[in-house]
Design a protein around this ligand. Structure first.
Ligand SMILES: [Zn+2]
Length: 459
């Protein structure tokens, strides 16, 4: 089917005619703050999102989780034999701070030129509107939806989705579907659509040690008191060597190397290593890597052990001769298939004990499993093919990205192929001040989502 097929023309016409309405709806949703990190406006936003689903003819309910509620929605009336498409989205946003760097109020959708600014306009409220606009256009063009639709719109994505795996597990039957469209998507610097097939997992821990009740005069204790800062530094020193090899026994046991197909996709990705090196002012990359497929493979298919922060003793101006009683470090491990966060924490604990650091406490602050989708899944192909008809370019396909998200329960518990499609672009400043989208990306994201729905319902 080409770009000029009568159905897609009808769909595109409907999108164009209703664009102002959907921008208004986007403004309505962005005007309601929903900062999960601060529990600000969460309940109100769940109520609003459920109302917006109902206005579009979907059943909606606000379902409790062990944290903030999940807005669940579903369509009524499609034929039993029609496939079911599940949309995963989130209604929470990142804190807007620092406020002084915003050029317009964060919770007021503001247009400047062809860009729209607001906290959440891209991540992820714009995607909620994108899905609703696409569904409305398809329904209008065909008279009814050709697929069954389900929505899982959570309120804790920006704080690591701690309750999503258990929620999906508990409601497996209700959430059963055939394919899933993820919360994000968009174009790269050249305007090519980006496809993301997998994400690394994460295991985030806090290591802490206390060696005395109170800090001491370093002249008094330096020779005879244990020092918390040294204890922590020595413990950290056992985690990784200078060749970046993580030394926790069994750490690499479950690591799967990339498949030949993964390597083939990595080889096709654009080489942005020079740009990255320049942006961050790096002298070079680790392992002497200079770019190419080897750098890209190492960047995402290797697990990490990153010291994210270290705190102990005195760090103010000048000298203070103190012997710290407490020290603390935050460490994250990015995990690759098939590593598991609970297993990694257990191995870390055993390793510290074996190394003589039973006094170093380990607290798990967050975790999620890695997961990726088969690049040759028919649904992935359908999404990539329809992308070409909208963007006029072949999609850039990443078999795995370095970041993390709650895709595991959707891929493995529900067994769904999961794809990206959406309205983002590299200048969107998600999580930062002046988050924004471009009008053209908004329209194309709606068109692409609509084409996926229409074509998926036809096969
Ligand atoms: Zn986000």
């Amino acid at each position: 089917m080409t770009q000029h097929s009568p159905v897609w023309q009808k769909i595109d016409a409907h999108i164009e005619q209703n664009l102002d309405y959907w921008i208004e709806q986007l403004g309505r949703l962005c005007a309601q703050p929903s900062v999960s990190a601060q529990n600000y406006g969460i309940q109100e936003t769940a109520v609003l999102v459920a109302a917006m689903l109902r206005e579009q003819g979907f059943h909606a309910e606000i379902m409790p989780s062990d944290g903030y509620p999940v807005v669940y929605g579903e369509s009524a009336g499609a034929a039993d034999d029609a496939p079911t498409l599940l949309f995963y989205l989130h209604y929470d946003v990142q804190p807007p701070e620092p406020l002084e760097l915003w050029e317009s109020p964060p919770f007021e959708l503001t247009r400047r030129g062809d860009n729209f600014y607001a906290r959440g306009v891209s991540d992820d409220k714009g995607h909620i509107i994108c899905r609703l606009a696409a569904l409305a256009a398809v329904r209008e063009a065909l008279g009814d939806l050709p697929v069954n639709v389900k929505f899982v719109i959570e309120g804790e994505e920006e704080v690591g989705s701690p309750n999503m795996p258990a929620f999906v597990e508990k409601h497996q039957e209700k959430l059963a579907a055939d394919a899933c469209i993820w919360e994000f998507g968009g174009v790269d610097h050249e305007g090519a659509p980006e496809q993301v097939l997998g994400m690394r997992g994460i295991c985030y821990v806090e290591l802490s040690v206390q060696t005395a009740k109170i800090d001491a005069h370093s002249g008094l204790g330096g020779s005879i008191f244990p020092n918390a800062a040294w204890r922590l530094v020595w413990a950290l020193n056992t985690l990784k060597d200078e060749n970046e090899r993580i030394l926790i026994p069994g750490f690499y046991d479950d690591v799967l190397p990339p498949s030949d197909r993964d390597r083939e996709l990595l080889a096709k990705l654009p080489d942005d290593s020079a740009k990255v090196q320049q942006i961050f002012g790096l002298d070079g990359f680790l392992h002497g890597l200079t770019g190419g497929v080897e750098l890209r493979e190492t960047a995402v298919f290797q697990p990490t052990c990153t010291i994210c922060g270290l705190t102990s003793g005195y760090q103010g101006e000048g000298a203070k001769t103190v012997l710290p009683a407490k020290a603390r470090a935050k460490v994250d491990f990015r995990l690759v298939p098939d590593q598991r966060p609970d297993d990694i924490v257990a191995k870390l604990r055993a390793h510290l004990d074996a190394q003589g650091f039973a006094d170093v406490a380990v607290k798990l602050l967050g975790g999620g499993r890695p997961a990726k989708v088969d690049p040759d899944d028919p649904f992935v192909q359908l999404v990539n093919e329809t992308a070409v008809t909208v963007y006029g370019k072949e999609p850039i396909i990443a078999p795995l990205i370095g970041g993390s998200g709650p895709n595991y329960p959707f891929i493995h518990t529900l067994g769904l192929p999961l794809v990206a499609a959406g309205i983002g672009y590299p200048g969107g400043q998600a999580h930062a001040p002046n988050e924004n989208i471009r009008l053209d990306d908004f329209i194309k994201g709606i068109q692409h989502t609509a084409r996926i729905i229409e074509r998926y319902g036809r096969q």
